[in-house]
Design a binder for this molecule. Structure first.
Ligand SMILES: N=c1c2ncn([C@@H]3O[C@H](COP(=O)(O)OP(=O)(O)OP(=O)(O)O)[C@@H](O)[C@H]3O)c2ncn1[C@@H]1O[C@H](COP(=O)(O)O)[C@@H](O)[C@H]1O
Length: 96
């Protein structure tokens, strides 16, 4: 049997954190932040900037790492808004 898709697995962890809010979890800190969703949106913007800077510097390792940060924060924002990976996949499928 193949491994579960890493994005599906990550999204499931994010949904679990949203439900259980374990202490010490970075994801919990986003769901419970005093700025509300704005904190996750700020982080999403910061990570997008970091992706741009890494690409402009031809820093490929950094580009991969910053892209992972960006995708993680995007998934958190989707979850905060009641969307999931199925919604994202559906949107992309419609564009094929
Ligand atoms: N994929 C990620 C992930 N990507 C990025 N980050 C966090 O996003 C933050 C990125 O912020 P920056 O790059 O600005 O670095 P920073 O200076 O530490 O950030 P701040 O102090 O500004 O918050 C870091 O704190 C990273 O730890 C992530 N935190 C968690 N995950 C995944 O989520 C799972 C659950 O994590 P917890 O919720 O912490 O248990 C983990 O197992 C991972 O799979």
């Amino acid at each position: 049997m193949s491994d579960p898709d890493v994005l599906d697995e990550l999204f499931a962890v994010i949904e679990d954190r949203k439900e259980t809010l374990p202490e010490g979890s970075y994801t919990t800190s986003l769901f419970t932040h005093e700025k509300g969703q704005n904190r996750a949106l700020e982080k999403l913007g910061e990570e997008a900037t970091e992706v741009i800077l890494a690409a402009k510097d031809d820093a490929t390792d950094e580009l991969a790492a910053e892209s992972a940060d960006l995708v993680y924060h995007l998934l958190v924002v989707l979850s905060m808004n009641g969307l999931d990976l199925g919604d994202l996949r559906e949107e992309l499928e419609e564009r094929r």
